[in-house]
Design a protein around this ligand. Structure first.
Ligand code: ZN
Length: 101
């Protein structure tokens, strides 16, 4: 569980945070205020997914010299990247008070 940045109560579940992006907010059930995730950290956590996807696209496609395999490699890269992203999201992305824009 993750603590609310406003009231420090642990009200957010793992999946709630996974589904939360920097442009989305969640309402704290404790204090009714909105929380979001850090833009920079969320993007850092998402970065490996793109790197894996591009690596899959290039290396698998090259190895088999086929667009179908390149696509499969990219998809495999995304799946691998998601598996890396989830723990990264868990450890490095903090819940923050959303900026008022
Ligand atoms: Zn709260």
């Amino acid at each position: 569980m993750y603590a609310c940045p406003w009231c420090e109560r642990k009200v957010f579940s793992f999946w709630q945070k996974q589904s939360l992006g920097p442009s989305k907010t969640l309402q704290c059930t404790g204090c009714k205020r909105r929380v979001s995730v850090s833009w920079l950290h969320a993007h850092l956590a998402a970065l490996p997914m793109f790197v894996f996807a591009i690596c899959g696209l290039w290396f698998v496609g090259d190895a088999f010299n086929s667009r179908i395999f390149a696509l499969a490699g990219a998809l495999g890269g995304v799946v691998l990247g998601m598996m890396v992203m989830m723990p990264l999201y868990h450890y490095i992305v903090p819940l923050v008070k959303p900026d008022r824009r």
